[in-house]
Design a protein around this ligand. Structure first.
Ligand code: UDP
Ligand code: MG
Length: 303
């Protein structure tokens, strides 16, 4: 019989975990399954709750980090620790309904991945939805991989897929992109957004913004090329203006004029220069972080 590992990153989920485990076992009858909790440096009693669950049930495994390393690191650690033939990745807050897992399993014989996407963003602040949509539009225009709007990290994967994901050892991890990048045949299941039951989301607007930049920088160098093209464009304009200005001066003399236009041009172009320098800086920062080759996470204890 094939085994199923359920990988669950947990950050301050003490209230959710018992409910989460109960929901899992209610939905996974007649299946040989294990759950791997990754305690991502929670500062509540998440680790104690995990250990209690482990004492009561034989199919609980866990990893506990030395501090909070972020969900991306927790995902990597969990996938790395998993040994099952099939692996489900899901959140602990029941926003990813366990009732969907049996349905996902039905498709896995024909596909390599069964992914899920939310068709609605019910319960999400409209401004967040707006920026999320905008991000997907921009990202899909300028990267070669296709990010699916509303795609969740909640997915079922075959062992081969997980191994491929683990081969991407980059330090700056953008899972949504990595999952697409490795390829394989995906079946998408759709469902309505479910609001978090207890606890609260740990994502602030600023973090999501940084995460979006991260996603784009990790998967395309297009912004660098755009900066080059803008540079070429303005160089041509500058060259043409020089010719016009020189001829005009030779023919009509050189009265001092055009102060407002000069200032506007200087301000505009220095803005663009700073912006381009910023883009280069983003990539440079990534190279810097990658070159240090620090581990993605540090394990304090595991079972
Ligand atoms: N999570 C984590 N490390 C973090 C933040 C979150 O492991 O630093 C886990 C969290 O416990 C949950 C999942 O990642 O299981 C998704 O987090 P959250 O619900 O806060 O994100 P959202 O659903 O709002 O995207
Ligand atoms: Mg959530």
């Amino acid at each position: 019989m094939k085994t199923l590992d359920i990988v669950v990153p947990c950050y301050n989920e003490e209230e959710m975990l018992p409910i989460f485990y109960r929901e899992l076992s209610n939905n996974l009858k007649n299946i040989n399954w294990n759950v791997i909790f990754i305690n991502d440096g929670s500062n509540d009693n998440t680790l104690e709750v995990i250990k209690k669950l482990k004492n009561s049930y034989g199919n609980v495994k866990y990893i506990s980090f030395s501090r909070n390393f972020g969900k991306e690191s927790a995902i990597y650690a969990g996938l790395d620790y998993s040994t099952g033939d099939y692996i489900v990745l899901m959140d602990a807050d029941l926003q990813d309904p366990p009732s969907l897992i049996p349905e996902m399993l039905k498709y896995i014989s024909k596909y390599d991945i069964v992914g899920t996407r939310r068709v609605t963003r019910k319960g999400e602040p409209p401004i967040r939805s707006f920026f999320a949509r905008l991000f997907y539009k921009i990202a899909n225009k300028i990267t070669k991989i296709e990010l699916v709007d509303g795609a969740r990290d909640f997915r079922l994967m075959k062992r081969e897929v997980v191994n491929a994901i683990l081969d991407l050892k980059e330090y700056n991890r953008f899972s949504k992109g990595i999952f697409q990048w490795v390829g394989f045949e995906t079946k998408w299941l759709e469902y309505e957004n479910i609001e978090r039951q207890k606890g609260e989301t740990s994502w602030s607007f600023w973090e999501l913004f940084k995460y979006s930049i991260e996603g784009i920088v990790s998967f395309t160098t297009a912004p660098l090329h755009i900066a080059t093209i803008i540079g070429i464009f303005f160089s041509i304009i500058a060259f043409l203006s020089i010719i016009v200005i020189v001829i005009k001066t030779l023919l009509f003399g050189d009265p001092v004029e055009g102060w407002p236009s000069t200032i506007s041009i200087i301000l505009f172009l220095s803005g663009i220069q700073l912006f381009a320098a910023g883009i280069i800086g983003e990539y440079l920062a990534k190279i810097y972080l990658e070159s240090k080759k620090r581990p993605l996470y540090i394990i304090k204890e595991k079972d």
